[in-house]
Unconditional design. Structure first.
Length: 622
């Protein structure tokens, strides 16, 4: 890593802290919901295997019309197995079946039908859960509760408590969640390992397609399904929808699989894994989500001490998914040690994003993700103009039309971008096809550490180092048709060890805005250049975005939400933000805290010489 210059860094940190935290005005956090402080598993778990439709340990759930739905199935082995399971059905509720589990590695077979879990969608009945505040730190032993989760203590998904201690999540499982699987029965021993009868639970739809089993939260709860410290959990073959936060949420879990799931029409996330390890997300179809379709945030940071490009291992694998028609196809603050390959990310505002921007995420700064052999294309959907500006997103959540395609962006992101690295390290973007993204194919910029509340001067430059973008095909579809990106590569010229090479472009040579030659990967990539001009990536201005405040739906100086033109409809000249403007030239708005912060930071980083401001372009969060 690059060494900082102490006399410059100390002043910069002080000014950044003053502007961010003091009287100059604070930049609002764009993180969506508060959660309890999480920690990583110890890594001793493993990825579970599917136990099939004939696991001797099982429960069967059905609805009154399941028999009729099975009658419509094609004759064959699957249809016969569903009929046999129907004979065993003893539960009309998924949660009731989960609560009845007596031993680990039990399968809950869910027969075709619609499951709204109305019993668990009610408001709290116990006084403790009804009066629970927005945060708790109660260290009580939860073993007395984890064995008897049948009391429907529940709460309102849009006004209830959020940052609950694990013990209170178990004691009041439905304050925030429709369906819950809690695996840690003895948190008093300071371990988050799964040690209860719920370990290895498999929730499996038995239909012929993912849509035969529908779990509909109907915005009753913050999360439709929550697996918490539930090592070995397996989700397969169903659709889950209409959650205020997550359709499917996996937290502090060592060993999980999400397979053949549709996650759609959620205010924020489709599938979200947080502080988890040994995970696999595959064959998911995620769409109409206001943040991202797939979010591997704060994945277990197994490479935290690895300063080499090659990872020791990956904690989460994401493969063969389709994530489309979301604000972001994939995002991950502190998305560490994630390998995403053979996916399609298309028709989002931004295809893939990872970042080190948001405080409170374990594992910052982000490091060692790999995106390879993906199709990343046509990410130009402007939901800010379509639904925020028109007032659709100001309606009550259930009236916005999420299942008809409405997407209400929760966070700011640059419309028209394929891959965005906002302050990540040792990431690999390789062997992808990236085309038809009208702003940028790839984008990378430095994130100063104070923006994640890290005030150690030695860590100021600890992001945007060691990233490699190579062997990608840019602006060309798989059938050979040309679909230019607006600009193949955008970089702020900051960071050490970054390189872009051997990328095939529709322009012949990949287009970029580089003012500093990063050099070849084999030669060590980019170096710190004291005289490099500062390029404003835009995130300081755009981070003030708030869809619920008409004064901040389009923050001053933020151009991320302007729809970029098709590359074919304009000249091949570089974008405006590829050319630096002299200080004081008037590019960008004057007097705002974000631009002042960018200018001061730039001046101090450069040390002396000319400070160049840039027109606001694009940037964002993962």
């Amino acid at each position: 890593m690059r060494r900082s210059r102490p006399h410059v860094v100390l002043v910069l940190v002080a000014l950044l802290a003053g502007l961010l935290l003091g009287g100059g005005g604070a930049l609002p956090s764009a993180s969506a919901h508060e959660e309890r402080e999480a920690s990583f598993p110890d890594g001793s778990g493993r990825r579970p295997e599917f136990l099939g439709l004939d696991n001797p340990r099982h429960r069967v759930v059905c609805r009154p019309d399941s028999a009729r739905r099975i009658d419509r199935m094609q004759p064959g082995a699957l249809e016969r197995r569903n009929r046999a399971l129907l004979e065993e059905c003893r539960f009309g509720s998924i949660q009731t079946a989960v609560n009845s589990i007596a031993r680990p590695r039990t399968s809950v077979y869910v027969l075709p039908g619609v499951y709204s879990e109305r019993r668990w969608a009610n408001r709290p009945t116990s006084s403790y859960c009804a009066n629970l505040g927005t945060r708790s730190d109660d260290p009580v032993d939860v073993s007395q509760y984890i064995g008897s989760l049948s009391s429907p203590d529940s709460g309102s998904g849009d006004a209830g408590p959020v940052a609950l201690a694990y013990s209170d999540q178990v004691r009041c499982p439905h304050n925030l969640n429709l369906i819950t699987i809690f695996g840690d029965g003895t948190p008093g021993n300071r371990s988050i390992d799964c040690d209860s009868r719920f370990c290895g639970t498999q929730l499996v739809g038995t239909g012929a397609s993912r849509r035969d089993v529908l779990i509909d939260n109907r915005f009753a709860k913050l999360n439709a399904i929550r697996a918490d410290r539930a090592g070995g959990v397996y989700f397969r073959n169903f659709t889950v929808q209409q959650a205020e936060f997550n359709a499917l949420y996996v937290l502090e879990t060592d060993g999980f699989v999400v397979d053949r799931v549709v996650a759609r029409g959620n205010d924020e996330y489709g599938v979200l894994a947080f502080a988890s390890d040994h995970g696999l997300i595959q064959r998911v179809d995620a769409y109409y989500n206001g943040d991202s379709g797939i979010y591997p945030g704060s994945a277990s940071d197994v490479n935290a001490d690895n300063e080499e490009f090659t990872p020791t291992r990956y904690s989460i694998e994401i493969r063969r998914n389709r994530s489309h028609d979301n604000t972001l196809g994939y995002s991950g603050t502190a998305g560490n040690s994630v390998w995403a390959h053979h996916n399609r990310f298309y028709d989002n505002a931004t295809g893939i994003a990872t970042d080190s921007l948001f405080p409170g995420h374990p594992g910052l700064p982000q490091d060692h993700a790999r995106w390879s052999s993906n199709l990343i294309y046509d990410n130009n959907e402007n939901y800010y103009e379509r639904y925020v500006d028109t007032g659709v997103c100001a309606r009550p959540m259930e009236e916005r039309g999420y299942l008809r395609g409405t997407v209400c962006p929760v966070v700011p992101t640059p419309v028209g971008t394929g891959v965005l690295i906002a302050g990540g390290n040792f990431n690999s973007t390789d062997h992808n096809r990236i085309y038809g993204n009208w702003r940028y194919g790839t984008m990378q910029f430095w994130v100063p550490s104070p923006l994640r509340d890290e005030m150690d001067p030695a860590k100021l430059y600890d992001t945007s180092n060691g990233n490699r973008t190579f062997a990608n095909v840019l602006g060309i579809r798989p059938d050979g048709a040309v679909r230019h990106n607006g600009l193949d590569h955008w970089w702020d010229d900051q960071g050490v060890g970054n390189c872009w090479q051997d990328n095939r472009s529709s322009h012949g040579t990949a287009t970029d805005n580089f003012l500093v030659d990063p050099g070849r990967c084999a030669d060590g990539g980019s170096r710190f250049v004291p005289g490099a001009p500062v390029k404003d990536a835009g995130f300081l201005s755009c981070s003030q975005y708030d869809r619920n405040d008409e004064n901040f739906r389009h923050p001053p100086g933020c151009a991320w939400f302007d729809s970029p033109q098709r590359p074919s409809e304009r000249s091949d000249a570089p974008l405006d933000d590829a050319v630096a403007a002299p200080a004081g030239s008037g590019s960008g708005p004057a007097g705002g805290v974000p631009l002042a912060l960018a200018g001061i930071a730039g001046a101090l980083v450069l040390g002396l010489g000319t400070v160049r401001r840039r027109s606001l372009a694009a940037g964002g969060r993962g």
